[in-house]
Design a protein around this ligand. Structure first.
Ligand code: HEC
Length: 181
C-alpha cells in the first residue's frame, strides 16, 4: 500500500509539477508599465563617488548657499540647521549634544552634494540647479566648521574636503563569527 501511494505521489508530481512557474512559463508582457526613456534614466543616474566622479560643472559659495538655505531649507531644518523640526544638519565635531549630523558623522563631503541634489528639498527633489547644490554644500560644510567662509566649492575642490568623521570609519575586515553570514 505504501508503495502505491509513493507511486501515485510521483505520478502526480510529474503531471503537475512540470515547472509551469519557471520564468519560461511567464507571459512576455504583464500589460502594465513601459520602457523607461533615456531622459528618465539619465535623471536618476546621478551617483557621485567619494573621489568626486560624477560631479557636474558649476560652483558655489557659502554666501549664496546661506541665502538659498534660508529660502528653501530652513522651514524644515531650522534657520541654523540645528533646531529642526526635521533632521539636524549642523553638529560640528566635538558637539556636546551627542547629535549625529554632517559635521561629526558623515565620512565624505561628496555625499552632501549627491544627497541634496537627489533628495532635497523634501517637497521638490531634483529642483535645484548644480550651482545651487554647490552653494548649499558650501554653506553646510561651513556651518559644520569644516571649511572657511571664503572657500569656493566645485568639482575640483569638493573631493579635497576631508570630513572630520572619516577617521572613525573602518573597513569591515571580519572573516568569521556569528554576525557574518
Ligand atoms: C519639507 C521639509 C524639508 C525641506 C524643505 C528640506 N528638507 Fe532636508 N530633510 C527633510 C527630512 C524629512 C529629512 C530626513 C529624510 C530621511 O531620513 O529620509 C531630511 C534630510 C536631509 C539631509 C540628511 C541629514 C542626515 O544627516 O541624515 C540633508 C543633508 C538635507 N535634508 C538637506 C536639505 C537641504 C540642503 C534643503 C534645502 C534645499 C532641505 N534639506 C530642505 C525635510 C526637508
Amino acid at each position: 500500500m505504501r508503495t502505491f501511494f509513493l507511486i501515485l505521489f510521483l505520478v502526480l508530481l510529474l503531471a503537475f509539477g512540470r515547472g509551469d512557474n519557471t520564468a519560461a512559463g511567464w507571459p512576455l508582457h504583464f500589460g502594465f508599465g513601459r520602457i523607461a526613456t533615456t531622459k528618465e534614466i539619465a535623471a536618476l543616474n546621478i551617483s557621485i563617488r567619494p573621489d568626486g566622479k560624477g560631479l557636474p560643472a558649476g560652483s558655489g559659495t557659502v554666501r549664496e548657499g546661506r541665502a538659498i538655505y534660508l529660502m528653501k531649507c530652513a522651514a524644515c531644518h531650522g534657520s541654523t540647521g540645528v533646531e529642526g523640526p526635521q533632521a539636524r544638519l549642523v553638529a560640528p565635531m566635538g558637539d556636546t549634544t551627542r547629535a549625529k549630523a554632517i559635521g561629526n558623522y558623515w565620512p565624505y563631503a561628496t555625499t552632501l552634494f549627491d544627497y541634496t541634489r537627489r533628495a532635497m528639498p523634501y517637497n521638490a527633489p531634483g529642483s535645484l540647479s548644480a550651482g545651487e547644490v554647490y552653494s548649499l554644500t558650501a554653506f553646510l560644510l561651513y556651518a559644520n566648521k569644516i571649511i572657511d567662509s571664503e572657500k569656493v566649492i566645485n568639482a575640483a575642490s569638493l573631493p579635497q574636503v576631508v570630513m572630520p568623521a572619516k577617521k572613525f570609519f573602518v573597513t569591515d575586515d571580519r572573516r568569521g563569527g556569528p554576525e557574518i553570514r
